[in-house]
Design a protein around this ligand. Structure first.
Ligand SMILES: N[C@@H](CCC[C@H](N)C(=O)O)C(=O)O
Length: 269
């Protein structure tokens, strides 16, 4: 079976998008996702995105990390999918229903409400998620937020000096996080500007993480460090994050389609 795909990215966080809304595809499992994501023997991506029909929203978006694991949210892919769809839409994800709207060079996404309870992150045991009494190798007192997926956030003096490639996997797989975790290191540059690097669960260092930007902004807002709308600068570029009075997070930023292609399903199954 020949399958068409679109290769897209949001600030350099890249995706293979398969559109199974009108044509049905064989079941996608961890092995297929990992094979397609492989940068040497597959097409290569940080996340594989699969669009399917939905009974509760305009369509459903499934998200598979580079390691093949299926997860609940991907901010950058939400904008890419808005561009592909070409109109405002509600999108069912396993992390909740979001609303996407294309803009001139990308999209705005209503990412839903953040969750702060320790068991919603989830954490292994109860604690205050606005200042957690834990630390790893000089990084301490993080915050934790679930924005459809789990994030831990550390405020640091200078993001580039943190050896995230070494400490990221250690924190990601710490037993404190039973579903593992995305690891964010952030510097508050001003009351309207945050600098951020992210070690993504199931991927590693990425050029940008939309949910990481949302989680970090909301955590900084919760701590009173920034205004309710901020620009978050990631290695791949900027996102604007606003946390509304209605408790919903709005993320705005670019999205790009790089190219389209097709592959033989049996080569990856
Ligand atoms: N790149 C994404 C996040 C993708 C999922 C994440 N790695 C997880 O495991 O939760 C984004 O832009 O939000």
């Amino acid at each position: 079976m020949r399958v068409e795909f679109s290769k897209m990215h949001g600030l350099g966080n890249d995706f293979i998008v398969l559109d199974a809304r009108k044509v049905s595809l064989p079941a996608i499992d961890t092995g297929v996702a990992r094979a397609l994501a492989d940068r040497r023997t597959g097409i290569g991506c940080d996340q594989l995105i699969v669009l399917e029909p939905s009974e509760t929203a305009d369509f459903r978006m499934r998200i598979f990390n580079h390691d093949g694991g299926e997860v609940g949210a991907c901010g950058n892919a939400s904008r890419a999918v808005a561009l592909l769809h070409g109109a405002a839409a509600s999108v069912e994800t396993s992390g909740g229903t979001i609303r996407v709207e294309p803009t001139e060079n990308g999209a705005s996404v209503d990412m839903g409400e953040p969750r702060f309870d320790w068991n919603a992150i989830p954490l292994e045991y109860a604690m205050d998620t606005s200042a957690m009494p834990v630390g790893w190798d000089g990084l301490d007192q993080p915050g934790a937020v679930n924005v459809g997926n789990p994030h831990v956030i550390f405020f640091v003096g200078e993001t580039d000096t943190v050896p995230l490639d070494r400490i990221g996997p250690e924190i990601e797989t710490d037993p404190l996080f039973p579903e593992r975790v995305n690891v964010n290191v952030a510097t508050i540059e001003s009351r309207t500007h945050i600098r951020l690097r992210v070690w993504e669960r199931g991927v590693g260092l990425t050029r940008a993480c939309g949910t990481g930007a949302c989680a970090t902004a909301v955590h900084a807002m919760r701590r009173g460090l920034v205004e309710r709308e901020v620009t978050v600068t990631l290695p791949g570029g900027d996102l604007v994050i606003a946390w509304g009075e209605d408790n919903r997070i709005l993320m705005t930023g670019p999205a790009t389609e790089s190219y389209r292609g097709s592959f033989e399903w049996s080569d990856f199954a």
